[in-house]
Design a protein around this ligand. Structure first.
Ligand code: PLP
Length: 458
């Protein structure tokens, strides 16, 4: 099929995630035919550096022969077996042991699912079992943050706090799920210093806990170490520690949603403990767990939770699970993926090159519409503003992020536009030369858009 034919078929039948259902507005998706390392190739064989790593997931790079072999070998040996009750499979067992050894503290137990959303839903149900087994039947309120993204299944969507994800005409779990402010200092118009801004966030969280009934009512706090889809928001220094301490004070489970930040993205296996120095009760992960070679999610939870449900549950069944929990092929892919990350010290490459990535991206701040550059490790965004002095944003219909990323596409670079941002989470084996290409291409794309905007009277 020609690229044009494929685009027409796609537009006619494939409903993509997060797209406008308007055939006239939507120009159609570009078919990608193959991928190798950091690069993807469209069906006309044009090459692009994929600085989004698929969708924040392609940590080891695509097209690895040994991943193909590990997956094929497992398919030949046993493509599927049931995970229910008294059956298990070897890759699932070994991966659970491996994850328990990599996860911080007493996070020794693993519940598998199909991706990030189902890992978050699993955490949600586990929390309720835990609190109920302790006899705390009213301890059912959840707190998360505005601008957070935790997935698209019902509970995960409700826990997420991105503006627009909870349209008033649709039901979601609003009685027991509550959102406090996002820890985004850039653009804050209150005139506070960053330290005062942090104090206010902590006060707001404590006020919310008390308002909901405190220790007797609040079951868990959900947080991404760095908010990803909500705009790569890196909280002020000390935020994680202080929110975690509040959770300790009020006996609230701390859930770190590391679907994006784990498996080397910030230079560590898990960012919550190693980058931000906190000990969560539950970590949810997916994406980099298999580097996208297979779909897999994992909810890694503490011995404390396991003990309470085991001892106080009095034989109660955790009535939760998926046909594909612990899928042998996905688990075999995860084991090989982790082996490659260890052997090639990919997290070490992130730690080594992150300062260079940061420095190069920050050089874009001299451009008139680049308001902020933020991130850590290999997780970055560039925020565009109409006026740097007062943080005035461009009108949404201008679609500034997309306008710039479209130009970058044409120059062989894929970045992810999110309204007025361009977001990056490239494979972890990126080189200095790749970083130079990303930043130089972004610069020329932004400069072109600035020239266009000037001629349009902005
Ligand atoms: N949690 C976070 C922090 C995410 O970024 C995402 C997806 O981007 C999810 C959960 C949902 O993961 P999935 O799309 O695999 O269901």
């Amino acid at each position: 099929y020609s690229t044009q034919q494929l685009m027409e078929k796609d537009k006619a039948h494939f409903t993509h995630p997060w797209t406008v259902f308007d055939v006239y507005k939507h120009e159609g998706a570009l078919p990608i035919g193959r991928a190798e390392g950091c690069y993807i190739y469209d069906t006309d064989n044009n090459r692009y550096l994929d600085a989004v790593g698929g969708l924040w997931c392609n940590n080891i790079g695509t097209g690895r022969e040994e991943m193909a072999d590990a997956i094929a070998e497992q398919v030949r040996l046993m493509s599927y077996s049931s995970p229910f009750v008294d059956l298990t499979n070897v890759p699932a067992t070994l991966l659970a042991e491996k994850l328990a050894s990599l996860a911080p503290g007493d996070l020794d137990h693993v519940f598998y699912s199909c991706g990030g959303s189902t890992a978050v839903d699993t955490a949600f149900r586990l929390i309720h079992y835990y609190q109920n087994c302790r006899g705390k039947h009213d301890k059912k309120h959840i707190i998360s943050r505005k601008s957070s993204y935790h997935g698209s299944t019902f509970a995960a969507m409700s826990i997420g706090g991105k503006a627009g994800d909870h349209p008033p005409e649709f039901d979601y779990l609003s009685d027991t799920i509550h959102h406090v402010s996002a820890p985004k200092f850039y653009g804050d118009s209150s005139g506070k210093t960053e330290a005062e801004f942090l104090d206010a966030l902590i006060q707001e969280l404590e006020d919310k806990i008390i308002e909901l009934g405190g220790e007797d009512s609040v079951a868990a706090f959900f947080a991404e170490p760095i908010l990803g889809a909500g705009g790569v928001i890196v909280p002020p220094q000390g935020y994680h520690q202080r929110t975690w301490e509040l959770c300790q004070k009020y006996d609230i489970l701390y859930v770190s949603d590391e679907v994006v930040t784990a498996f080397g993205r910030l230079g560590h296996w898990f960012a919550s403990a190693d980058e931000f120095n906190i000990q969560p009760d539950i970590i949810t992960c997916a994406k980099g767990l298999t580097s996208g070679y297979q779909p897999l999610g994992a909810t890694i939870y503490s011995d404390k939770i396991h003990q309470v449900i085991s001892e106080e549950g009095h034989g109660r069944c955790f009535a939760h699970g998926f046909t594909y929990s612990g899928h042998p092929v996905a688990c075999a892919a995860a084991l090989k993926n982790i082996e490659i990350m260890e052997r090639e010290n990919l997290a070490g490459n992130v730690s080594e090159l992150a300062p260079y990535f940061k420095e190069r991206l920050e050089s874009l701040l001299d451009l008139p519409i680049v308001g902020d550059v933020r991130g850590r490790g290999f997780m970055w965004c560039v925020e565009f503003v109409a006026n740097k002095d007062n943080y005035e944003l461009f009108p949404e219909e201008l679609d500034i992020g997309k306008r710039i990323s479209n130009l970058a596409d044409g120059k062989g670079l894929i970045v992810r536009p999110i309204v007025h941002l361009n977001v990056m989470s490239p494979p972890l084996n990126l080189t200095r030369e790749d970083i130079d290409f990303i930043v130089d291409t972004l610069r020329s794309s932004i400069e072109e858009v600035v020239a266009e905007l000037n001629s349009e009277g902005y």
